[in-house]
Ligand binder design. Structure first.
Ligand code: SAM
Length: 165
């Protein structure tokens, strides 16, 4: 999967995980919706959950890097096939332990893992001190989601984790 980020630039640039990925040529940043290529868009408001079946949809994985304060539904106006990530917890220091609220690099790494590209997920997370912790904390759900056929199976497994919360 090619990694793309619609970069809004309204968050602290020093802590921005997308900017760091771009510095290492691990993702491409785009400064407008029009400039952002069509692909599978990681959108926490999307109705459909990401699943391994999305490998057939596009070879581009797109995230929107903006502040969580501005990340309302209307902000996700990028053209593409929008998908939500299933239950996973953040390992970054700002939202540590919180479900669903992932940084851009965590979201892209989760997407890559679910889509069968675990090595690439490890490669992008390796740039962050807490990167490996994300994979450790979510090892079981990520493995199970990556084994699913489609989005309805992913949602079924996610429910088990939500019931435990
Ligand atoms: C709101 S931005 C915050 C980025 C933060 N400033 C950083 O430096 O990483 C995180 C992005 O990751 C993706 N993302 C995070 N959690 C997600 C989820 N539960 N489902 C789908 N996408 C998610 C979305 O594209 C979202 O806009």
């Amino acid at each position: 999967m090619n990694l793309h980020v619609r970069y809004e630039g309204d968050d602290d640039p020093d802590k921005c995980t997308a900017r760091k990925l771009a510095r290492f040529d691990l993702a491409e940043l785009h400064r407008s919706d029009r400039a952002t290529p069509y692909g599978v868009v990681l959108n926490p408001h999307a109705e459909q959950a990401l699943s391994p079946a999305d490998r057939e949809v596009s070879d581009r994985l797109v995230a929107l890097d903006c502040s969580w304060e501005t990340a309302g539904e209307a902000m996700f106006s990028i053209d593409g096939e929008h998908r939500a990530l299933p239950f996973l917890v953040a390992a970054n220091p700002i939202n540590y332990g919180k479900p669903f609220q992932l940084t851009t690099v965590e979201a892209l790494a989760a997407g890559l893992t679910i889509l069968g590209e675990r090595d690439r997920a490890e490669q992008i997370l390796a740039k962050f001190t807490w990167g490996e912790t994300f994979l450790e904390m979510n090892a079981e759900p990520l493995r199970r989601y990556a084994d699913c056929e489609d989005s309805s199976e992913v949602v079924e497994i996610q429910q088990e984790y939500l019931d435990r919360e």
